[in-house]
Structure formats: C-alpha cells, structure tokens
Design a protein around this ligand. Structure first.
Ligand code: HEC
Length: 109
C-alpha cells in the first residue's frame, strides 16, 4: 500500500518538472531560434546577417554572466547604436527570462 501511494505521488510531481524544462526550450525555439538557432549556433539566415555568436562555444558562454544575459534579453542588444535584438521584458516574466538563460547555458557543448 505504501508503495502504491509513493508511485501515485511521484507521477503527480514528475510531469510538472518536465513541462518547466519543455517551456524554456519552446520559448527559445519560438522567440530566439530564428536568429540564435535551435542549437544556439547562430547559423541561421538572420544569425549570419547579424553576426550572432555561437553559444555552443564555452568561450562565448564565459564572456557574459547570467545577469548580463538577463539584461540583454530584457532590454535588448544594440550594436553601433542599431538595435540588433529587441527587448523582451514586456513579453516575458522574470522567471521566463531566467529559464531562457538556463536554456542558453544548456546549449554549451
Ligand atoms: C533578431 C535576431 C535576434 C533574436 C530574435 C534574438 N536575438 Fe539574442 N542577440 C541577437 C544579436 C545580434 C546579439 C548580439 C550578438 C551576440 O551576442 O551574439 C544577441 C545577443 C544576445 C545575448 C547577449 C549575449 C552577450 O554577449 O551578452 C543573449 C543572452 C541573447 N541574445 C539571448 C536571446 C534570447 C533568450 C532570445 C529570445 C527571447 C533572443 N536572444 C532573440 C539577435 C537576436
């Protein structure tokens, strides 16, 4: 009886954890992959045009902190006064932005 209860509880908890991870990659694929690529490589038409970095590269990942990444996502990125990435703070909650940064970090090879 104890064992059945345990199974029932774990099957209630597990799907919530899975859908969280799924949300961040879905957010990434829908909103970021057009430039940064699903794999973070930036080898898309837009990515090549805008010269996005390869986020699979550990050196590229080491060049910015999590809070810098959060700020870039929230406020957007400008290069030479030209906006190359739009701000997302009105679109995403702080939790979404943190999840996106975690997803970006997971793309490192
Ligand atoms: C219109 C193309 C475009 C889209 C869409 C886009 N980005 Fe970017 N992003 C860029 C460019 C260009 C840069 C600056 C060059 C670089 O750092 O690769 C950049 C930079 C960044 C940086 C800063 C890295 C650093 O060096 O500080 C992060 C983090 C980032 N993007 C995450 C995201 C996330 C998350 C999304 C989706 C919500 C997203 N981007 C959507 C084009 C885009």
């Amino acid at each position: 009886m104890k064992r059945i209860l345990c199974l029932a509880v774990s099957s209630l908890i597990a799907p919530a954890a899975i859908s969280f991870a799924g949300d961040a990659s879905a957010l990434w694929n829908q909103n970021c992959a057009s430039c940064h690529g699903k794999d973070g490589s930036g080898s898309t038409m837009m990515g090549k045009k805008l010269n996005v970095k390869d986020y699979r590269d550990a050196k590229v990942q080491a060049a910015f902190t999590d809070s810098e990444a959060e700020k870039a996502i929230a406020d957007g990125v400008k290069e030479n006064g030209k906006q190359v990435m739009k701000p997302s703070k009105e679109k995403f909650s702080e939790a979404d932005i943190k999840a996106l940064v975690a997803h970006l970090r997971s793309l490192k090879k």
